[in-house]
Design a protein around this ligand. Structure first.
Ligand SMILES: NC(=O)c1ccc[n+]([C@@H]2O[C@H](COP(=O)([O-])OP(=O)(O)OC[C@H]3O[C@@H](n4cnc5c(N)ncnc54)[C@H](O)[C@@H]3O)[C@@H](O)[C@H]2O)c1
Length: 335
């Protein structure tokens, strides 16, 4: 298949593109390679992709309407995985406009491209952060998510709503994937595992928010990629049992689906740090701090629908996944 993947210089997008190329798909990779974090890491991810046959790099901004129109027209992708976005909860407090441009305007351009070019299936990244102030655990796609706690979360929830209108109006099959704290080799420098590993190896103190009591459903990158590929192959269909009397948020009369992709096994941040200490062989010096604005104390995914519909549940133990990250980090940065 010819698949447009956005965010291919990014953490998840680069791993996904490798997986699709390895199974013989053609990948059109879009990324603007912005400097939200270390551009050398993004370029290094892209360089590995450019070594493989079937990969075409397009360096453009998804918020650029004319560029996206031309891209869809020129390449006519059969399916689209849209991962390009301004990520990060904390940065959305400092720079909210970045989220409007990349996550709202950018998403709109992708929807229009899919609509006008008869794309068979749009799979896009949502986030566990949409659960916001919800406290019923594990988080279920069948619950309402109307209380986001950051503009990042609101932009992802808005994507789900925008997707529904296109599924309804234009019969565009869309699947939204709520990722739960993804980690692994080639990971993001703004996320806890990267920051902690870097500082622990350098003998510097680490800031531990919520005194280490945060719980996160850490999900290993290969498990996420497996879930994305399986949902991409399983085109969203209308739910014949859906009723407007009792509207289930996760499906519709239109070809629209939402899934959680998480490991269904939350781990406390303090345990996460212990594993990094074990894998690096160094003790962390911890600055215990209160919770940050926009943060939620726990995330925990109910993945029953993913199991039922695509026969899969993420399963990599966090000890193994952190080990692989630390090995990659040491090799890449020569530490
Ligand atoms: N990593 C996680 O734990 C996690 C959790 C929930 C949701 N997500 C979502 O998954 C997706 C991928 O996340 P990631 O961790 O790989 O992040 P990432 O920042 O590594 O990748 C995103 C990529 O998109 C690109 N990009 C950003 N804005 C763009 C724009 N306007 N035009 C073109 N390219 C642009 C960036 O340059 C980057 O390479 C994002 O939508 C993110 O919100 C990630």
């Amino acid at each position: 298949m010819r698949i447009l993947v956005t965010g291919t210089a990014g953490f998840i997008g680069s791993h996904l593109a490798h997986r699709l190329l390895d199974r013989g798909d053609e990948v059109i990779g879009v990324d603007n390679v912005n400097d939200y974090y270390d551009v050398r890491l993004k370029e290094a991810r892209l360089a590995r992709l450019l070594d493989k046959p079937g990969f075409t790099e397009i360096r453009k901004d998804v918020a650029d309407r004319n560029a996206m129109e031309a891209l869809f027209r020129d390449y006519q992708p059969e399916r689209v995985v849209h991962l390009a976005a301004q990520a990060g909860v904390r940065y959305s407090i400092q720079n909210p406009n970045a989220y409007v441009d990349a996550n709202l305007v950018g998403f709109m351009n992708i929807l229009e491209g899919c609509r006008h070019n008869k794309v068979e299936h749009l799979v896009y990244a949502s986030s566990s952060s949409v659960y916001g102030a919800n406290e019923t655990m594990p988080f279920s796609v069948h619950d309402n998510v109307d209380h986001p706690l950051s503009l990042y979360a609101a932009s992802k929830k808005a994507n789900e709503l925008m997707a529904h209108t296109y599924s309804h109006l234009y019969n565009l099959p869309t699947t939204g994937l709520r990722f739960f704290t993804v980690y692994g080799p080639w990971g993001r420098p703004d996320m806890a595992l990267f920051i902690f590993t870097k500082k622990i190896l350098a003998g510097e103190p680490i800031d531990v928010f919520n005194h280490g009591h945060h719980k996160r459903d850490f999900t290993y990158i290969d498990d996420i990629v497996e879930g994305v590929v399986r949902t991409l192959d399983n085109v969203a269909e209308p739910n014949a049992d859906w009723s407007g009397d009792q509207p289930d948020p996760s499906s519709s009369k239109a070809p629209y689906r939402l899934y959680n992709i998480g490991s269904n096994n939350p781990v406390e941040l303090s345990r996460f740090i212990e594993i990094i200490e074990e894998r690096t062989g160094k003790k962390a010096e911890k600055n215990l701090l209160p919770m940050q604005p926009g943060d939620v104390p726990a995330t925990y995914a109910n993945v029953d629908d993913l199991i039922n519909d695509v026969g899969y549940k993420p399963a990599t133990p966090v000890e193994e996944g952190i080990g692989r990250f630390v090995d990659w980090y040491r090799g890449f940065y020569q530490v």
